[in-house]
Design a protein around this ligand. Structure first.
Ligand code: NAI
Ligand code: COI
Ligand code: MG
Length: 372
């Protein structure tokens, strides 16, 4: 792959979103400097910050810029002042959902890896999770989050709808991924109760015929929630609908070690979007304790999407090195002295100068001598 010129629309959002985005951008800048690529970053409003500034959680200017960009980097959106007001007419989350729908981002891909070096910090049984490595395909533009909603004084409803086409397009992607991995796909649903889940099963059974090399199994979501913790190594590719994928992937982050470690790529018909799976973690805003790795690994997924595999691998190695050297934010180790920015600096230097010289440069700048 030659030198690339890419325009990246950045939506830092709310809470810790701007802090983790900042570190992901620095890492992408380090990649650009090392390999000679030109990445242009332009920031736009979305979420609570956009409501505050314009009254609209997804201003037209933001949507237009996203449509014209080569990729989108998103931090996170959400603010307690809206979460705690049940009568709020406009909400930050509406901006995110509308963005996903408008861009046709129907597949949200969330890799989950149990990091060997973090096992000692895990609340889970180490021998059960060591080696776990799965890819969650979460449907992102259908289901109960997008169905018709209604409210009277004493009742409320949120409809869940899926069409055959909506299921087919993400199932095809999930099968393609499974075929390149350990060749196992698990459909997670609630087909004993939900009509939508029965349609998911029917469609997936049909598509499975085109992938005879992929073993398919079916799990009810309540059982899946337990199996994830009990025996995560059984999973390779998990395919599921919007809300189940949302919930199960946060649960699966415990296998990795922290919600602050899990990245995602959302792909569809138009431009792709890359975001950590976590939210805006408002309690941590401005404290320098948010883990930037989920955002940095989302940037690595963006590099893969651009076809820059060597660059993406370098970022992933730098992250691995930060974990090995215990350059950790406090949720992974309460004794850790490292801030969001320091973790970002360490990873950026490893990307720029390699895992050998990067840390020395980092130590000189930060004045820490504990890493190497
Ligand atoms: N994609 C998005 O922008 C999302 C937005 N939200 C919004 O975020 C706001 C907060 O929601 P919560 O339910 O508290 O979820 P959250 O994901 O923001 O935080 C839940 C918990 O995960 C941990 N955590 C999250 N990110 C972390 C990081 N980078 N480093 C270390 N620890 C981290 C913290 O312990 C935190 O209390 C709400 O307004 C919600 O609507 C929630 C999920 C996704
Ligand atoms: C607005 C929510 C659906 C955001 C969320 O929890 C997510 O995308 O993971
Ligand atoms: Mg979520």
């Amino acid at each position: 792959m030659g030198i690339l010129n890419k325009r990246i629309a950045v939506l830092p959002g709310d809470g810790i979103g701007p802090e983790v985005c900042h570190e992901a951008i620095r890492v992408l800048e380090a990649v650009a400097e090392r390999f000679g690529h030109k990445f242009e970053f332009e920031k736009y409003l979305m979420g609570a910050c956009a409501i505050d500034a314009t009254g609209n959680p997804l201003p037209d200017e933001t949507l237009d810029a996203c449509l014209e960009a080569d990729a989108i980097l998103l931090g996170a959106i959400g603010d307690p002042k809206y979460d705690n007001d049940p009568s709020a007419k406009v909400r930050p989350e509406q901006g995110l959902l509308r963005l996903r729908k408008s861009l046709g981002l129907f597949a949200n891909i969330r890799p989950v890896t149990a990091y060997e070096v973090l096992l000692e910090h895990s609340p889970l049984k180490n021998d059960r999770i060591a080696g776990a490595d799965m890819l969650i395909f979460r449907e992102l533009t259908g289901g109960v989050y997008f169905g018709e909603k209604g409210r009277t004084a004493d009742s409320a409803y949120d409809n869940c709808t899926y069409s055959r086409e909506e299921i087919e397009r993400i199932a095809q992607l999930a099968f393609q991924a499974a075929a390149t991995r350990r060749k196992k796909l698990t459909l997670v649903d609630k087909a004993n109760v939900l009509e939508t889940s029965r349609l998911w099963r029917e469609v997936v059974q049909g598509i499975a015929k085109g992938y005879p090399e992929v073993a398919v199994d079916y799990l009810f979501v309540d059982n899946a929630a337990m199996q994830l913790i009990l025996n995560p190594k059984q999973f390779d590719v998990i395919l599921t609908e919007n809300m189940f994928g949302d919930i199960l992937s946060d649960e699966a982050s415990v296998i990795a070690g922290s919600l602050g470690l899990l990245p995602s790529a959302s792909v569809g018909k138009l431009v792709s979007l890359f975001e950590p799976i976590h939210g805006s973690y408002p309690q941590a805003k401005g404290k320098g304790i948010a883990n930037p790795i989920a955002a940095i690994l989302s940037a690595a997924m963006m590099l893969e999407h651009f076809g820059l595999q060597e660059e993406a691998d370098l970022v992933k190695e730098a992250v691995q090195y930060a974990l090995e050297k215990k350059v950790l934010t406090p949720e992974l180790n309460s004794h850790s002295p490292y801030t969001t920015e320091q973790v970002g600096t360490f990873i950026s230097y490893c990307v720029l100068d390699g895992a050998e010289t990067g840390p020395y440069k980092y130590n000189m700048e930060v004045g820490l001598s504990t890493i190497i």
